[in-house]
Design a protein around this ligand. Structure first.
Ligand code: KG4
Ligand code: ZN
Length: 356
């Protein structure tokens, strides 16, 4: 007899994306609905927490409804063991095996919307509730994109809020071996973009602009390579050096090339990510690196990681760009492995702004 497919409903509201997804057995995305608030926050140059929470509140249940209208599994099969298919063609809540929700880290008001929605659904449908770390969920995006990826491996989480190297010991056990001492890498991308007059979020803008420039500016004349000799990262020095460079050019009425600044900043920002992650893989004797988080959509990062991993005979895993940024499928994927490990939360679950 075929084993029943486990369906996890994931909910993600930690920042400015309201997302819900249904994932089968932690690896196959049946639906992944992402409603971005970027246009709303763009005029403020960044995410306004109160506005984010209010928009999550009005969107979350509709997005969950959309996510439950799942199409067939790939190859045209129906999900084995899904008993009731609703008239809309989707699953009903009783077909779902657990509800996984991002509960930390993130904007507290935004997180609370997702956590409250997940608790209500779990209570109403009498389903297990799974409390997922957003940071670790980013890693799970690689389980969705790469069916062959299995722990142990070294992973780099690089986003607007995180720059960390972790050792993935199992699907649910991750040990941090290096992290951001100050600003996260994505934060530096966003800040530099803002000073260059580019729109929020700045990472994709810098990525595009950098392709038209040359990495000819050495910002290390004014700052130190970031984070010391271990596995930690520091981006505030680089960020300040770039901002000072732009401001001093403006004050002196000197011309400058925004494209060269973007290209030079990108090289400086990406290098320590690649160097330290590869060094960690070699030191831990692991020939597998998984990269994830919003900044892993960056084209220079992808190119540099490909080169360095090929050189060191390391297998590289990076999700496609749409799974690099925030989405609920990655939450549902990790939720599946947590359910399998018996890591179920109580209905007293609370959200937390920092990592649990
Ligand atoms: O993972 P994510 O969607 O949200 C957080 O958990 O923080 O990451 C968002 C961050 C932003 O700082 C954004 O500018 C950056 O990822 N980002 C990029 C690119 N795409 C998104 N940074 C550099 N290059 C990109 N192509
Ligand atoms: Zn994220």
């Amino acid at each position: 007899m075929k084993q029943k497919v486990k369906l996890i409903l994931g909910i993600e509201t930690s920042c400015d994306e309201t997302s819900a997804a249904v994932v089968a057995d932690g690896r196959e995305i049946l639906s992944n609905v992402v409603s971005s608030q970027i246009e709303i926050h763009r005029r403020f140059g960044g995410v306004v927490p109160e506005i984010a929470s209010r928009n999550h509140t009005s969107a979350v249940m509709n997005i969950v409804g959309e996510a439950l209208k799942i199409p067939l599994l790939s190859g045209g099969r129906e999900a084995d063991g899904v008993e009731k298919i609703s008239p809309s063609g989707g699953v009903v809540l009783s077909d779902i095996d657990a509800i996984a929700v991002t509960c930390a880290p993130g904007l507290i008001g935004a997180l609370l919307v997702g956590v409250s929605a997940a608790k209500a659904l779990a209570y109403a449908a009498n389903k297990p509730l799974i409390a997922v770390s957003h940071t670790k969920a980013h890693i799970a995006a690689n389980y969705l994109a790469h069916k062959d990826l299995q722990p142990p491996f070294i992973c780099l989480v690089v986003s607007g809020g995180h720059t960390s190297i972790l050792l993935a010991e199992s699907y649910t056990q991750y040990t941090t071996i290096g992290s951001a001492l100050d600003d996260a890498c994505g934060e530096a991308f966003d800040k530099v973009a803002r000073v260059l007059g580019l729109q929020y979020p700045g990472g994709p803008e810098i990525d595009r602009l950098a392709k038209t420039g040359k990495p000819v500016i050495d910002f290390y004349k004014t700052t130190q390579p970031h984070g010391g000799s271990g596995y930690d990262f520091s981006y505030s020095g680089l960020k300040t050096a770039v901002v000072n460079y732009i401001n001093s050019k403006k004050m002196k009425n000197e011309e400058f090339s925004a494209a060269d600044i973007a290209a030079s900043f990108s090289e400086h920002a990406i290098k320590p990510l690649v160097d330290k992650t590869v060094r960690a893989a070699l030191e831990y004797g692991l020939k597998k690196i998984a990269v994830c988080g919003g900044v892993s959509a960056n084209s220079l990062l992808r190119e540099r990681f490909l080169q360095a991993c090929a050189k060191n005979n390391i297998k590289l895993y990076i999700p496609p760009p749409e799974l690099c940024t925030d989405n609920a499928a990655m939450v549902a994927s990790l939720g599946y492995y947590m359910l399998e490990a018996g890591e179920v939360a109580g209905l007293d679950l609370n959200a937390k702004a920092s990592e649990r």
